[in-house]
Design a protein around this ligand. Structure first.
Ligand code: PRP
Ligand code: URA
Length: 209
């Protein structure tokens, strides 16, 4: 089973409080989501491999470590996942970014795909799927399956808030995927929104409601 990492850093807890607050407007919401994503990125990248190279300091030659191994791909699930891209790119500037467009059907809560553009070499990349909300888990599971169907095998999922139901759904469907979360909330309501959650992440990010 993939690991589930729930962030316990005080800065993440602090910023998540203001992300949740309904009085936080779009501009600040966007900034906070970006900041939390960058802080989470620190943990998400903890297992990256290193290799030694030789450099010269102004004093002497030395061997020192740099990131090695597979290249990274960021895959935000549109729309709300877009809010997490900049923060991650601050840490991983060489990452390529693929986009998967999914929306939840308001009646069935099932994900509907409407867009996909991925780097051509996703099977060679470590992929990090980004979406602030893991509610029923339908969108994240579908996006991960989509990537696997196109040859990807090294996939992590990063979300800000998960409902226990969604977390279990993704773990059941994709036991190989490590999941990184800022918090696991209480439950889903009858509209499949996370309680207490933060409301509709896409609307709050883009000011559409
Ligand atoms: C939200 C969110 C996730 C999905 C989570 O997107 O960003 O993608 O719902 O729900 P699930 O776990 O039940 O699938 P939404 O469909 O509202 O689209 P948007 O990002 O364009 O607003
Ligand atoms: N999508 C959201 O944006 N928020 C939720 O609480 C659930 C799904």
């Amino acid at each position: 089973m993939g690991k589930v990492v729930v962030m316990d850093h005080p800065l993440i807890k602090h910023k998540l409080t203001y992300i949740r607050d309904k009085n936080t407007g779009s501009k600040e919401f966007k900034e906070l989501v970006s900041e939390v994503s960058m802080l989470m990125g620190y943990e998400v990248t903890r297992d990256m491999e290193l290799e030694e190279i030789e450099i010269e300091t102004p004093i002497t030659k030395m061997k020192s470590q740099v990131i090695a191994g597979k290249k990274v791909g960021l895959v935000p699930i549109l729309r709300a996942g877009l809010g997490m891209v900049d923060g991650m790119l601050n840490l991983l500037p060489a990452a390529k970014v693929g986009h998967i467009g999914l929306y939840r059907d308001p009646e069935t809560f099932k994900p509907v795909e409407y867009y996909c553009k991925l780097p051509t070499d996703i099977e060679e990349r470590k992929l990090i799927v980004l979406d602030p909300m893991l509610a029923t888990g339908g969108s994240a599971s579908a996006a991960i399956q989509f990537l696997k169907d196109r040859g990807a095998s090294n996939i992590k999922l990063v979300c800000l808030i998960a409902a226990p139901e969604g977390l279990k759904a993704v773990q059941d469907a994709h036991p190989d995927v490590d999941i990184y979360l800022a918090n696991i909330d209480e439950k889903l309501n009858s509209d499949a929104y996370i309680v207490p959650g933060l409301g509709d992440a896409g609307d709050r990010l883009f000011g559409t409601k």
